[in-house]
Design a protein around this ligand. Sequence first.
Ligand code: ZN
Length: 280
Amino acid sequence: VPELPEVEFVRRRLVRWLKGARIVGAWAGDRMVVKGTAKSFAERLSGRTVTGLGRRGKWLRIELDDGTLLFGHLGMTGDFRRDGEPRFERARLLVELRGKRAVVRYVDARRLGRLVVATEDIPTWTKLGPDPLLEGIDPAALSAKLARRARRTVKEVLMDQTVLAGVGNIQAIEALWKARIDPRTLASALSTEHVAAIVAGLHWTIERTLADLAKGDDGEKNPFMIYGRKGTPCPRCKTLLARIELGGRTTTFCPGCQERIKARQGTRARPRAQRPRTSP
Ligand SMILES: [Zn+2]
């Protein structure tokens, strides 16, 4: 599933393929993915020149010379591929952009991605929190956001796209392992030092994943330290890694070296007001 590093990798490829290129033809074949009609999609993109390629979190923004913007979210399986790339044929073709240097196609086997043509930034884009690569992560601002979401677990808050843009399940798992913090820890229990460790962990895992993508292994083996490695020894302390469900997401962690931090005395969040019992 593409998260910040994977989407940034796609953006860098699109810069090489499309920046400065005129789109001589556009075609959309699927209503699930492309918002609006296929005809208007093709009309609004054809003949335009690509002036910029932006990204915020997991969203891409292809900028055209007349101010038109094409927003893209890759969902679970979306990708932009160039004509002639290996493994292209098996994927489901949905959108084609014919440029001078390359024919670029959006493929998405599960069709959970979204492509939106707009004349200004769409609400999902403007609502996104700071992007770790674009703006860095301000530990004080992150602390304040964690404090406001005190009753939720730290992992769930990190994955909230209005808190930080682009951190998903994998990057949150890896960052919390690096920071030695149990993903079930409540956001309210974290000290300034803990938040600083999480910020360092996020930078570490994002850079590490980007470096791995640049090597071009193409997803054949698991490049992550603990994600997807339940039952194998922790690379740091050799305890067997555990897997739990947290907020509906499969979560790997090390019971040996990731601490479940308890709320500090005096800073404990107030208990939630008791809901009235309903009879069955
Ligand atoms: Zn460990």
